[in-house]
Design a protein around this ligand. Sequence first.
Ligand code: ZN
Length: 270
Amino acid sequence: MSESFLYIEQVGPVRRIWLDRPQKRNAQSRQMLDQLDAAFNDARGDENTRVVVLAAKGPDFSAGHDLKQAQEERAEFTVEERWSYEEQRYYGYCMRIWDFPKPTIAQVQGACIAAGFMLANMCDLLVASEDAVFSDPVTHTMGAAATEVLIHPWVMGLRQAKEFLFAGSKLTAAEAKAIGFVNQVVPRDQLDPATLALAGRIAQAPPFALKILKKSLNRSAEVQNMRQALSAHFDLHQLSHVSSEYLQTKEAGLASAIRHGKVRTHDEEK
Ligand code: ZN
């Protein structure tokens, strides 16, 4: 049996899925992502699960994709290999969370960076502790065009998304709440109970009504061509992976770029 990077529990009608790799700041490895997709799949089929909470063990929600593993296993990927890898594990798994037929809540503390931001924002709601920090610096640090799913303008508005991504800014939980992509900000020791309480309230609604309500709410973004915009960004993101700017960054060594970096929170080697 392979190592588990998740901790999964049932709290009444709430399925709580924890990223459980705190010593690596919940860096998302291939194995973790495969397990996460399987965990959502399992929750989808479970009649007793009405709401899913995506949480994370340790001080940080997630520092993003596991760049160390990426360097070791996928540095020499061809265009074709990267395309299928990212289409399945990054874009595909994220869109399955967006399409998940029950309400989902991201429970976020500490660093929520790059793919951590992407993942949390695929959930319907987001509850953050006061110490949460949101960032997507990969254009600055890696020369890539943001992350694979450009969810940012859809959850934070176009103008805010531009500043956030162009400047590689960090947003505190309070700022994120003011912008509107965080529903609630609570003290760190209240994060679990506050998120569970919200999940519990949602779980009291009739499940079929909730399911079609979510579908309709999602469609309000989809009729604005959200899906096509995300899909088109995925294509351009792949182009950015083979640009000379990206290759120069890679040449210099992602690890060193990260170390000197511009954003320490991206570094999961420490
Ligand atoms: Zn990518």
